[in-house]
Design a binder for this molecule. Structure first.
Ligand SMILES: Nc1nc2c(ncn2[C@@H]2O[C@H](COP(=O)(O)OP(=O)(O)OP(=O)(O)O)[C@@H](O)[C@H]2O)c(=O)[nH]1
Ligand SMILES: [Mg+2]
Length: 366
């Protein structure tokens, strides 16, 4: 899973990025640092840890979340309709499964706000509008080309183009009315045929409200206030970026103690990855042998054969069946052999829908 961190200048994107990835990128560079930062976070999973403790493989591999810190605030602002962000940032946004919008809610005198005052609602609107404009630019460009292509096509070949034209015109109208794609009534099929455009407003959005240390005790209420006004496929997390960033350098024990003292809940990195898993509808399954136990993620509803493909393309190609057991059942029985003996290990075919927490032993032949 890849997440792109976006937001206004000096909203704390790099600070939050560091907190989420345990990184040490210089912050407060005021846009002078124009590079994209990439980092990863291993998603904690108690289920995998417990399987690891039982089977003691040489390696335990957690699922990871990749983050890209997109510099410079709303870089595509002023570029106008269709101007869009620079190519490097555009590519990072395209590849991202969801966007993380860092919104400034901290009130530091020493950090000037690009809009002059702190107002999270205004900044959220500004980014949403910016993204809708960028999408509109893409739609308009495509419409122009497609329109010409359809006109010059021969009679029998027009249909596909006309269908896409109608869909894009509908999307355009929605965007002009400031409706992000995920708030437009598009069918699954519509969305699939639009997938190649990588529309920004079609991506799930996590709003990170970057709050002050003093506001930690009312983080829940602040989140709720934002959530009430936000549209579909949007999640909200209030995070004190600077504090979370400082805790990254402590040992886990020290950090836990500080968190308890300060009334901070779950570490931001874990919470954010969990929210994004939910937002994207991902589930985890596990595979293991004496060398390695590993967590994988697939969209909810994925079939066993696709899950096998995630592990190795040969496994998808030569899929015979999967032996499946829930992680906690396996933990209780102690081994796959025991589970097999007791008939708890189920044999499932290609069409089995993988469930969150399944342990899969894939049988294949190539
Ligand atoms: N008080 C306070 N200051 C913060 C917080 N988060 C970030 N800052 C400060 O705000 C300034 C900007 O933070 P950055 O993380 O560099 O912000 P950015 O969004 O990456 O900025 P650009 O990349 O320049 O657009 C730095 O001086 C940070 O120390 C916070 O939660 N509280
Ligand atoms: Mg930055």
């Amino acid at each position: 899973m890849q997440l792109a961190i976006v937001g206004l200048a000096r909203s704390g994107k790099t600070t939050v990025f560091d907190a989420l990835t345990g990184g040490h990128i210089p912050t407060g560079t005021y846009g002078a640092d124009a590079g994209l930062h990439v980092g990863a976070f291993k998603v904690p999973d108690d289920r995998l840890d417990r399987l690891g403790a039982l089977f003691k493989p040489k390696k335990l591999v957690h699922a990871d979340v990749h983050y890209v810190d997109c510099p410079g605030g709303l870089v595509w602002r002023g570029a106008g309709r269709g101007g869009g962000p620079g190519p490097q940032i555009q590519a990072a946004l395209d590849r991202s499964d969801a966007l993380v919008h860092v919104v400034r809610a901290f009130r530091s005198e020493s950090v000037p706000h690009p809009e002059g005052s702190v107002d999270p609602h205004r900044d959220i609107e500004a980014l949403n509008l910016e993204m809708a404009f960028a999408d509109l630019g893409v739609v308009e460009k495509r419409l122009e080309r497609l329109d010409t292509a359809v006109r010059s096509a021969r009679a029998g070949e027009r249909e596909v183009g006309e269908h896409e034209l109608a869909l894009l015109r509908r999307v355009k109208e929605g965007l002009e009315a400031e409706k992000p794609l995920h708030a437009q009534s598009l069918t699954g099929e519509d969305l699939r045929s639009l997938a190649n455009y990588n529309f920004l407003t079609a991506k799930p959005l996590l709003i990170i409200l970057n709050i002050d240390e003093e506001d930690v005790s009312r983080a829940g209420a602040l989140e709720e206030e934002i959530r009430r006004r936000s549209g579909p496929q949007t999640a909200v997390a209030a995070v004190c970026g600077s504090l979370e960033r400082e805790l990254v350098d402590l040992s886990p024990e020290e950090a836990a103690e500080f968190r308890a003292d300060l009334g901070l809940g779950e570490p931001a990195a874990a919470r954010v990855s969990r929210l994004c898993f939910d937002l994207l509808g991902l589930v985890s399954f596990f595979t293991g042998n004496e060398d390695e136990w590993r967590a994988w993620t697939v969209p909810r509803g994925s079939l066993a054969v696709k899950a096998a493909g995630k592990v190795h393309s040969d496994m998808e190609r030569g899929f015979i069946r999967a032996e499946v057991i829930r992680w906690d059942e396996l933990l209780e029985l102690g081994s796959l052999a025991e589970a097999r003996k007791r008939g708890v290990l189920r044999g499932e075919g290609k069409g089995y829908e993988v469930q969150d927490g399944d342990v899969l032993h894939i049988l294949f032949n190539v």
